[in-house]
Write a protein that binds this ligand. Structure first.
Ligand SMILES: Cc1cc2nc3c(=O)[nH]c(=O)nc-3n(C[C@H](O)[C@H](O)[C@H](O)COP(=O)(O)O)c2cc1C
Length: 193
């Protein structure tokens, strides 16, 4: 009987340890990064920001965000397409705007325009959130022609022709800059405690 009880305790203990290891960061600090990305660079940026936060944030796409009731703070990031937010981010804000207003701490956009000219995208994003984030940042992403939908390909081809610039692949992502932003967010969170 005693041996069975000990064995049961060991099994239970192991189960709990596995559960704790697999549990999302949610229980630790309750921060979630919700991103919307068409071609991956915004998703990568979100991942790098989370890395800068020492993994203390859960990263989810806006399309799959679901119930965020378990999170205390929200960070939002969207790619920019024809001067607009990703449709999934717009839909997310439409649905969960009240929660965003209450919990938003940081915003970021990922775009092709140079960061010093992309301020209006952040302003537009904050306006749509109806909230003022403590931190906001512009990042550059990538353009990989092989990933583009036929519609986007055509649209961008026409755009680059109209501005007399070559339509070429680029990767202007900067992991270190994303990492730094993550660290800044952690510092702000620390000050709020
Ligand atoms: C169809 C399309 C439209 C775009 N329009 C803009 C734009 O209006 N302004 C801008 O700065 N960048 C624009 N870009 C560049 C994207 O914002 C940039 O490639 C960004 O890294 C995309 O993020 P993603 O890889 O997460 O989709 C556009 C890209 C595409 C594909």
């Amino acid at each position: 009987m005693k041996i069975i009880s000990i064995a049961l305790l060991v099994v239970l203990g192991c189960g709990l340890a596995v559960f704790a290891a697999a549990a999302p960061a949610q229980g630790q600090n309750g921060v979630v990064i919700v991103y919307a990305s068409r071609y991956g660079s915004t998703a990568k940026t979100a991942e790098w920001i989370a890395e800068g936060m020492a993994g203390k944030a859960t990263v989810v796409s806006a399309g799959e965000a679901g119930d965020l009731g378990g999170y205390e703070k929200i960070i939002l990031g969207s790619g920019i397409y024809n001067d607009k937010l990703h449709v999934d981010m717009a839909a997310f804000l439409e649905k969960q705007g009240a929660e965003v207003q209450e919990k938003l701490i940081a915003l970021f956009v990922v775009c092709g325009a140079p960061p010093d000219q992309a301020g209006p995208y952040l302003e537009m994003f904050a306006e749509k959130c109806q909230a003022k984030p403590l931190l906001a940042r512009v990042f550059n992403g990538w353009m990989k022609k092989e990933l583009l939908s036929p519609e986007d390909y055509k649209g961008l081809e026409n755009y680059y022709k109209s501005v007399n610039q070559p339509f070429e692949n680029y990767d202007s992502t900067e992991k270190a800059k994303c990492f730094e932003f993550g660290k800044e967010i952690l510092a702000v969170l620390g000050e709020m405690k």
